[in-house]
Ligand binder design. Structure first.
Ligand SMILES: C[S@@+](CC[C@H](N)C(=O)[O-])C[C@H]1O[C@@H](n2cnc3c(N)ncnc32)[C@H](O)[C@@H]1O
Length: 309
C-alpha cells in the first residue's frame, strides 16, 4: 500500500490549518465549516455556470474547500494520465536518465495537485531510486504557496516514516519554486527567465478556469513555446467538453506545438482512496452542519500531450 494517500494528506493539511484560519478571521470553528460548505457550493455552481468561473481563492476557506472537494480526484487523474500515457511516461524517464532530474512547471498548480499525482505514481512504480523533480509553480494566487508547502510537508513526513530519513531511499526528491504569476499577463515575462527551460509544462483544469482570457492565454503559451527547447512537453488536462478541446487545439496551433489526439477518461478514484480518510473535516461538515457534502471521487476528462516542434 503506498504511503502517499490523497485524502489522508489533504485531510491532515486541512485539520492542521482550519483552527488558525477561524482564529485569524475571528469566527467560530462552526462558522469556518459553514463558510467552507458555502464555498464548495458556490464553486460548483461557478464551474457549471457556462461563464468564466469566479472563485475566491484568495480566501483561505475557499482554498480549504478546493482541497476538500477537488484536489484528491484531480491528483488521482494526474496519476492516471501518467500511468496510462506511455509516451509521456517514457519521455519523463528518458529526460531523468539523461539529466539526473526532471523540471516541471505547473501553471495554476498552487494547490499541489500535480505534485501529489506525480509522487503517488512514482511511489507505486517502485523504481528503486528517487526521481529528482524540480517543480516550478506559477499561480496567480500567491496564498497557495502556504497550501503547497503544507502538502509537501505532509508528504515528506509520510515518506520519512515509510522509507527512513535518507532521501535517497524515497521514490521522489522534490525541490520547489513558487512564483506568483498571472498566466494572462505576458508583461510578467521579463522576470521569468527561469520558466523557459522546463521539460514539462502542466495545465490541469486551467484552460477552463480562464476561458474569457483565452487570447491572453494563447499569447502566454506562444511566448513560452518560442523560448523553450524543442521536444519540451505540454500536458493539458481538462473537463471533457469539446470547447476545451477546440481551445487547446487552437492555442497549440498558434504556438507551434504538435499535439496528440485528445484521450478521454471517465473513471473513479483508485480503490485505495477513501473519502472518509479526509478525517475530521469530513465528519465535521456533516455533524456540525447537519448536511453531507461529498468530495468529488470521479472524473470525466480528457488529456492532450503537446510537443514543442
Ligand atoms: C481549477 S484550479 C486547478 C488547480 C490544479 N491545477 C488542479 O488541477 O487541481 C485553477 C488554478 O488556476 C489558478 N489561476 C486562475 N487564474 C489564473 C491566472 N490568470 N494566472 C495564473 N493562475 C491562475 C488558480 O489560483 C488555481 O490554482
Amino acid at each position: 500500500m503506498p504511503c502517499i494517500n490523497y485524502f489522508q494528506i489533504v485531510g491532515e493539511v486541512i485539520s492542521a490549518s482550519i483552527n488558525s484560519i477561524a482564529e485569524s478571521k475571528n469566527i467560530s470553528y462552526e462558522s469556518a465549516h459553514r463558510e467552507v460548505l458555502n464555498h464548495l457550493r458556490n464553486n460548483s455552481a461557478q464551474w457549471n455556470s457556462g461563464r468564466q468561473p469566479q472563485i475566491q481563492y484568495e480566501d483561505p476557506l475557499c482554498r480549504i474547500a478546493y482541497l476538500y472537494g477537488m484536489v484528491p480526484a484531480n491528483a488521482n487523474l494526474i496519476e492516471y494520465v501518467l500511468r496510462t500515457d506511455r509516451e509521456l511516461a517514457e519521455s519523463i524517464d528518458q529526460i531523468h536518465a539523461e539529466n539526473g532530474q526532471i523540471n516541471i512547471c505547473a501553471f495554476g498548480g498552487g494547490p499541489g495537485t500535480e505534485l501529489l499525482g506525480l509522487a503517488k505514481w512514482l511511489e507505486k512504480r517502485n523504481l528503486g531510486y528517487p526521481m529528482v523533480v524540480d517543480f516550478l509553480i506559477l499561480d496567480q494566487v500567491s496564498e497557495w504557496l502556504d497550501t503547497w508547502q503544507a502538502i509537501q510537508r505532509q508528504m515528506d513526513l509520510r515518506l520519512r516514516r515509510n522509507y527512513g530519513a535518507n532521501r535517497n531511499s524515497w521514490p521522489i526528491n522534490v525541490s520547489r519554486g513558487f512564483c506568483p504569476f498571472d498566466i494572462t499577463n505576458t508583461e510578467n515575462f521579463g522576470n521569468l527567465g527561469n520558466v523557459f527551460g522546463q521539460d514539462i509544462y502542466i495545465f490541469s483544469y486551467v484552460v477552463s478556469e480562464i476561458f474569457d482570457l483565452a487570447p491572453d492565454l494563447r499569447r502566454t503559451i506562444s511566448e513560452i513555446a518560442d523560448r523553450t527547447p524543442s521536444g519540451s512537453k505540454f500536458l493539458f488536462v481538462e473537463r471533457r467538453e469539446q470547447r476545451w478541446v477546440n481551445a487547446i487545439e487552437r492555442l497549440a496551433e498558434e504556438a507551434g506545438i504538435s499535439i496528440s489526439e485528445p484521450r478521454n477518461t471517465s473513471s473513479n478514484m483508485d480503490t485505495d482512496e477513501e473519502k472518509t480518510d479526509l478525517g475530521q473535516i469530513y465528519y465535521d461538515v456533516q455533524s456540525i452542519l447537519g448536511t453531507s457534502y461529498n468530495p468529488r471521487i470521479t472524473w470525466n476528462a480528457f488529456w492532450i500531450i503537446g510537443t514543442k516542434d
